[in-house]
Write a protein that binds this ligand. Structure first.
Ligand SMILES: Cc1cc2nc3c(=O)[nH]c(=O)nc-3n(C[C@H](O)[C@H](O)[C@H](O)COP(=O)(O)OP(=O)(O)OC[C@H]3O[C@@H](n4cnc5c(N)ncnc54)[C@H](O)[C@@H]3O)c2cc1C
Length: 263
C-alpha cells in the first residue's frame, strides 16, 4: 500500500500573536509540534503498512521550520516526505490549503490511501481532509476510530458519529480523517534518528517548482475566507440569582430570556 499522511506543524502554545493586518497567526519562532491528531493519523498509516506491506510518505504545507515536523515523521517510520513551503502559500484558508495539498499529492506518485487528522489544534476547522479529497475527486470519510480491513481494492472503517458508530467501506484510492485516541502513536526511533539522512528524504517545493500551480488559488490571495479578528472571549462575571417557587422561577427566567431576546 502507498499511504500519504498529511501532517501540520502547529504552535506548541496557545499564546500565538496574530498579524493585525492579515489576521494570520505569526508562527515564526513559536515553539511548535506535530498536530496531535496527526500522530494518530500517522500511527494508522504505519500499522496498515506493517499489516499489508507498503510505505508511508508524509506531506505538509508550512513555513521552512515545518521541516522539523517532517523529520520527526521520518524518525517514526515514514519513508520520505514533501514540504510545500513558500510565502505564496502563507495565510491560506481551508480552500487554499487543500488546493496546495492536492498539488503536493500530485508530486508524490501513486497512492492508495490518504490519511489526515480529524482536525488541528490551531485552525481546527476539521475541513481540510474532506476538501482535499473533493479536490482530488476521491471518496472520503471523517472521524475514523478503527480500520477493520483493507483488501487492496477497498478499506472498511468504523467512524464515530457521536451518538452512533458507522461502519463504512470505501473504494481505494480514498481519504480518511482519524479521530484522536484511535490508537497509541509510536515514538520517533533513536536508531532511525541516527541513521536517516532527512535532507535527502524530505523534498521541499516552492510554488515555482509546481508548474500546474495557480497562484490565484493559493495563500491569502487565494482564500475566500479571511480571519477578520481573533480575540479572547470577554469574561463577564455578572450573576443574577433568581428566587421563588418553581412557577415564579420559570416566569422570572422566561422574562429574563425574553428581555435578552433569547426567546
Ligand atoms: C482562529 C482561526 C479560525 C479560522 N477559521 C477559518 C474558517 O472559518 N474557514 C477557513 O477556511 N479557514 C479558517 N481558518 C484558517 C484555517 O485554519 C487554515 O486555513 C488552516 O490551514 C486550515 O486548516 P485547519 O488548521 O483548520 O485544518 P483542519 O481541517 O482542522 O485539519 C485537518 C487535517 O488536515 C491536515 N492539514 C491541515 N492543514 C495542513 C497543512 N498545512 N499541512 C498538512 N496537512 C494539513 C492535517 O492532517 C489535519 O489534521 C482559521 C484559522 C484560525 C487560526
Amino acid at each position: 500500500m502507498n499511504i500519504i499522511v498529511c501532517v501540520k506543524q502547529v504552535p506548541g502554545t496557545n499564546k500565538v500573536a496574530v498579524d493585525p493586518v492579515t489576521g494570520v497567526l505569526i508562527r515564526d519562532g513559536v515553539d511548535s509540534k506535530i498536530n496531535p491528531y496527526d500522530l494518530f493519523a500517522l500511527e494508522e498509516g504505519f500499522a496498515l503498512a506493517e499489516k499489508y506491506g507498503g510505505q508511508v510518505k508524509t506531506l505538509s504545507m508550512g513555513p521552512p521550520m515545518a521541516k522539523e515536523a517532517l523529520k520527526e515523521t521520518i524518525y517514526m517510520g515514514a519513508s520520505e516526505a514533501v514540504l510545500l513551503s513558500d510565502r505564496k502559500f502563507g495565510g491560506a484558508d481551508v480552500a487554499a490549503t487543500s488546493c496546495a495539498l492536492s498539488l503536493g499529492v500530485g508530486k508524490m506518485g501513486e497512492y492508495d490511501l490518504i490519511i489526515c487528522g480529524k482536525q488541528t489544534t490551531d485552525g481546527d476547522t476539521a475541513q481540510v481532509g474532506p476538501e482535499l479529497a473533493e479536490k482530488l475527486g476521491i471518496e472520503h470519510i471523517a472521524n475514523v476510530t478503527e480500520i477493520l480491513e483493507c483488501d487492496g481494492k477497498t478499506v472498511t472503517v468504523v467512524c464515530d458519529l457521536d451518538k452512533v458508530h458507522q461502519t463504512a467501506r470505501l473504494s481505494l484510492p480514498c481519504l480518511i480523517t482519524v479521530e484522536k485516541d484511535a490508537n497509541t502513536p509510536r515514538l520517533p526511533s533513536y536508531n532511525r534518528k541516527k541513521s536517516m539522512n532527512c535532507d535527502e528524504l524530505i523534498k521541499v517545493y516552492s510554488v515555482a517548482d509546481i508548474p500546474e500551480a495557480d497562484e490565484k488559488k493559493l495563500g491569502l490571495s487565494g482564500s475566500p475566507t479571511q480571519v477578520e479578528r481573533i480575540f479572547p472571549p470577554e469574561k463577564n462575571t455578572d450573576r443574577t440569582m433568581l428566587e421563588g417557587s418553581a412557577n415564579e422561577l420559570s416566569d422570572s427566567l422566561y422574562a429574563l430570556l425574553k428581555e435578552r431576546k433569547f426567546v
